[in-house]
Design a protein around this ligand. Sequence first.
Ligand code: BES
Ligand code: MN
Ligand code: ZN
Length: 498
Amino acid sequence: MIFNIRTEIINKFQLNRNKSAAVLFIVDSKSMKNELAATLNELGIELNKIQLEKFLKKDETELISVLPKGKPDLMLIKKINADKSFNQDFFRNYLSDVIQKLNDYEIDNLQLQIPDEKKVERKFPSYNYCLQTIAEGIYLGNYNFNIYKSDKKKPKNIMVSLITGDAAAVKTAFEKGKNIIESVSFARDMINEPAITLTPQEMYIRSKKELTKHGIKVNLFDKKKLTQKKMNAILAVGNASANPPLLMIMRYKPSVKPKRKIALVGKGVTYDTGGLSIKPTLGMNEMNADMAGAGTVVGIMIAAAKLKLPVELIGVTPLVENMISGGSYKPGDVVKTSSGKSIEVKDTDAEGRIVLADALEFASKEKPDEIIDFATLTGAVAVALGLFIAGVFSRDEELITKLVAAGNKTHERLWAMPFFDDYNDLIKSDIADVSNLGPRWGGAITAGKFLEHFVDKSIPWAHIDLAGPALKHKSTSYTEKYNTAFGVRLIVDYLQTI
Ligand code: BES
Ligand code: MN
Ligand code: ZN
């Protein structure tokens, strides 16, 4: 947390305040010059002429001015371009950047002019959603992970003053946005945590503490229970670690009759060395985030409870460390899963799909109306799509359409990948029911096809491979520095459409 944020609603700029920053938006149009002059005149602010001219003419999109005598000390004017750079992520991305920038100034008040409906209606499905993205931008930008820095500073207090004539709508949107981003941030803290601290046990303890605060029931299968349940896939992958494997099961029930029952399954490999098929150092050093799928599931559950969404959710997250020791599972091993189906282990680094086999089988037995799984499953998906977008694999066109739409809205974008049955030929095994390794080409697809073996065919199911965007990447100001908990905002939005 950079700032300790409080919010208030005001109806115009309060230019007499000390240590204040002001943000205003101006639409790029023919009358922009007059509009800007009128606004600045009204505010009694004079800005540097050269800067102003440059801002008006060129493709410069932001004007930052530090006023020597203050009031406000810092003036930020952001141009809303009519072209494609003005999209549903515009305010999220820009305001997250602003919050981070403010950390460099002695500011304790941010006065933010909320653009009115006319300025933004073209781009957003509703004004309320636009307001929500403004709130999300502020809280996303406020995230940091600095607990291990010895020179870390205490969060500074800041009052964010929202200038609007629509107080009720802004207040509601900010409450919602804050609840969602608090859930995202909780997941991010776990995903960013080094594996030396975040063991399977620690992830369970932290998650349970937060989940139970929100009325979510949490259940744990330890090694003994996993053995009883014949979950040999989870046991095999976790067997080399000093930190034993676990399966965490979470249940959220709304107070009203649920519209639908949905199972959310997440890969929770708290560290992935690759096992005996060991990874090179370069490939290993971000593998503390290999539990991002499970972290995302925890984040969604918390958000659903906070927002009181009218759906029933079951979260299923295997938590394991893929390590090396005398107890390691080995290439050549055959593992019999809880479904009775056997897996030939050809590569111990394809461990995610193995632990998910038992988890998906468990989720299927709960007879949900649909199953969605989240996993940092393959490097191949990032080769195919890059780091900005996750792959979605499903045979259910309707589910794909809804998820992709939610992805575009939340800017946690998905791309539907091919999922043809002939890819199954590539993961046939001579000695077991399925092999955990396909050829190099189409690696994300064969991984998805492998998972399909363990899902009840009568239940609509989507697999989301988020190995790219779950990890930090340079696409927006709020994904650049820290792992993202990709998927929380996406699914929270999706759950509101069903
Ligand atoms: N956790 C990795 C996938 C991954 C790679 C996630 C990079 C995030 C960033 C996964 O367990 C893995 O090792 N996959 C292998 C599969 C291969 C052995 C078939 C891969 O992608 O190379
Ligand atoms: Mn692996
Ligand atoms: Zn992995």
